[in-house]
Design a protein around this ligand. Structure first.
Ligand code: AMP
Length: 632
């Protein structure tokens, strides 16, 4: 067996041969002519000329060999439902949904926006889209109407798919109401909204002619057989929006063939799940981890995937481990925040169930601190694999790859570059590679491997400017993360180089939250910083200047204003972005050229030294921040 080092080296030095071999893991309707076209850097086109379809690879091709095997197991501790779909049953459901989409005139290249709770119909909708060649854009259910409207106007979907409501902690969370509001705000609302009615929201409004009931439509398409649209490998499969340093989210565009190959490859080399075995990923379909490792990768691999609606601690903190025992889960994928939540519970819950089937617990989305990793490893007795990646890449950049070689893991490190990734740590100013144990910007020397974003939806120029323009004369892809590499080659991710924060594994732009706070008419100016939090990793904290100081003159007034600001953020972005604290000041610390000193504010909020203040316009502003924090 070749070692990890040899395999990684070969994946870069003999790229075409390596990826040609990996491409055999998926079905091609027409073979590709070339492995890679890199004639127009930094845009890469993988498996040029090959024709394939994600839905065919996820479902149809397994029908002959594993039609009666469970493909998707749905478990909800919110509604106490469980449903199991074999590959054959999933095929039938996806064809029905595809029949509905066809009836609505949705076809190749059309966009469909999916705003859904964690129910199987969300998976059917995604798979039906890619089946007919349409491009889905799933928006996480926690985002508010205004955020949804921004995404609608950017993607301009022909149709939307939603449900009456989701459920969280036993309480219904309205979805359709919010969709209606977003459609009032949007400039380019779609003509059709398909609604999966779970009968959780009796007051769900309906707009005649636009709103369509999925159950009724499905009944008309019970025997639908919709052929897969054979897409050229580079044609888009989906758009997934993600936050950056500007207020406007970027539509990460993914291809078809490269994504299928990368995911199939990762199931073997990283996640070690065999066809027929079960994977349980606790993320949400609204995030990239959900796209890749709840839906596409396990199904493409012929594995069973578990889709879970509910919290990790309801009905009790043993629920995930009960699922592992009952479904003989082999590989689990979750987030450090979820494990920190469990760590606060009675440890007996971790040992209540037979976990003998479980080999690996993969954790990603945010830094995995050493105590949490150690605790999880000791209480579960399984291998904990920290893996590092981004919405943009679609699959891990750094990870141990036990399917290639069982390398020892170090707590606090996501180990090594994944095959296909030419990772380099560059000095921020000079762009030269840094030495061992020196801090650098984590970059990827292009071409990006298969599966990574191909461009920003509708904006090639933004793709190049955002990701490939950090270093002069060196057009490397920047992750905007700091990292070091130790003497043994292990990487350590140290945090973002930009103003993006990570709340419970979810990326949020501080600029985006500032814009949401400023939507309150009483706010003149605001600075939002991410402050370290024991459970969520970071939480946003806002320092706002109000237009009329009388609004915050008494503690009661200030409390009322604070609530208004938080409600405004809920309405604009969603509760996930709500600041943990809102402080009122009359001045914000800025440089003489007017740039916000976010790092200094953040340092003070975390009880650290504010650093170099020689460029500050008015030191009194920092005093106000100090006083506001002390008064808490
Ligand atoms: P997202 O695209 O929302 O998944 O966020 C990606 C960002 O989350 C990365 O750029 C990192 O800042 C952070 N991140 C993801 N995984 C890890 C990890 N294993 N260790 C440290 N940071 C991580």
């Amino acid at each position: 067996m070749p070692t990890y080092k040899e395999t990684h080296r070969r994946s870069l030095a003999d790229r075409d041969a390596f990826w040609r071999e990996q491409a055999a893991l998926v079905d091609w309707h027409a073979p590709f002519e070339r492995v890679l076209d890199y004639a127009r850097p930094p845009f890469s086109r993988w498996f040029v000329g090959g024709r394939t379809n994600l839905c065919h690879n996820a479902i149809d091709r397994h029908l002959a060999t594993r039609g009666d095997q469970a493909a998707l197991v749905y478990l909800s501790t919110e509604t106490d439902e469980s449903r199991r779909y074999t590959f054959r049953e999933l095929h039938a459901e996806v064809n029905r949904f595809a029949g509905v989409l066809k009836e609505l005139g949705v076809g190749r290249g059309d966009r469909v926006l999916i705003y859904m709770p964690m129910i199987p119909e969300a998976a059917f909708a995604m798979l039906a889209c890619v089946r007919v060649g349409a491009i889905h854009s799933v928006v996480f259910g926690g985002f508010a109407a205004a955020s949804l409207a921004t995404r609608i106007d950017d993607a301009r979907p022909k149709a939307m798919v939603t449900a009456d409501a989701g459920m969280r902690g036993g309480k219904p969370v309205p979805y359709k109401h919010l969709v209606d509001e977003s459609l009032r705000l949007a400039k380019y609302p779609p003509a059709a909204v398909v609604i999966v009615d779970r009968r959780l929201d009796r007051d769900m409004p309906r707009v005649a002619g636009r709103d369509l009931d999925y159950a009724a439509l499905r009944a008309q398409h019970m025997d639908a057989r919709v052929p897969c649209e054979w897409l050229e490998s580079s044609e888009p499969s989906y758009i997934l929006y993600t936050s950056g340093t500007t207020g406007k989210p970027k539509g990460v565009q993914r291809d078809t063939g490269g994504y299928a190959v990368a995911l199939a490859s990762s199931m073997r080399s990283i996640f070690c799940v065999q066809p027929g075995e079960t994977m349980f990923t606790t993320s949400d379909i609204g995030w990239v981890v959900g796209h890749s490792y709840i839906i596409y990768a396990p199904l493409i691999n012929g594995s069973t995937t578990i889709m879970y609606e509910g919290l990790p601690i309801r009905p009790d903190p043993a629920i995930w481990w009960r699922i592992v025992e009952e479904h003989r889960v082999r590989t689990m994928f979750s987030s450090p925040t979820a494990i920190r939540v469990l760590k606060k519970q009675d440890p007996a819950f971790m040992r209540k169930h037979d976990l003998s089937s479980l080999e690996y617990l993969f954790l990603a989305g945010e830094p995995l601190d050493e105590p949490t990793a150690r605790w999880a490893s000791e209480s579960l007795g399984v291998a904990i694999v920290d893996n590092y990646w981004q919405t943009e890449t679609g699959w891990p950049i750094l990870s141990a790859q036990p399917g290639i070689e069982q390398t020892p893991r170090k707590f606090g490190s996501p180990s090594f570059p994944v095959v296909g990734y030419d990772v380099r740590l560059l000095h921020e100013a000079t762009g030269e590679e840094v030495g061992a144990n020196e801090k650098g910007v984590l970059t990827i020397a292009p071409p990006l491997p298969p599966g990574c974003m191909t461009t920003v939806w509708g904006d090639d120029e933004r793709f190049v400017r955002t990701y490939f323009s950090t270093f002069r004369d060196k057009p490397f892809y920047s992750t905007f993360d700091w990292a070091t590499r130790d003497d043994d080659g292990y990487y350590f991710v140290l945090g973002r180089t930009d103003d993006v924060i990570n709340v419970a594994g979810h990326r949020l732009g501080t600029r985006e939250i500032e814009e949401a706070v400023q939507a309150h008419p009483g706010v003149a100016e605001v600075a939002v910083v991410g402050v370290a939090d024991q459970v969520k990793g970071q939480v946003p904290v806002a320092f706002a200047v109000v237009k009329d100081p009388a609004r915050v003159a008494t503690p009661q007034d200030a409390a009322a204003m604070r609530k208004e600001v938080m409600d405004t953020v809920d309405r604009q972005l969603g509760a996930i972005a709500r600041p943990g604290q809102v402080h009122f000041v009359t001045l914000l610390p800025k440089t003489r050229s007017g740039k916000l000193l976010r790092r200094s504010i953040q340092a003070l909020a975390e009880g650290r030294d504010p650093g170099d203040l020689t460029t500050i316009e008015d030191p009194g502003a920092l005093e106000q921040i100090r006083a506001a924090l002390a008064a808490r």
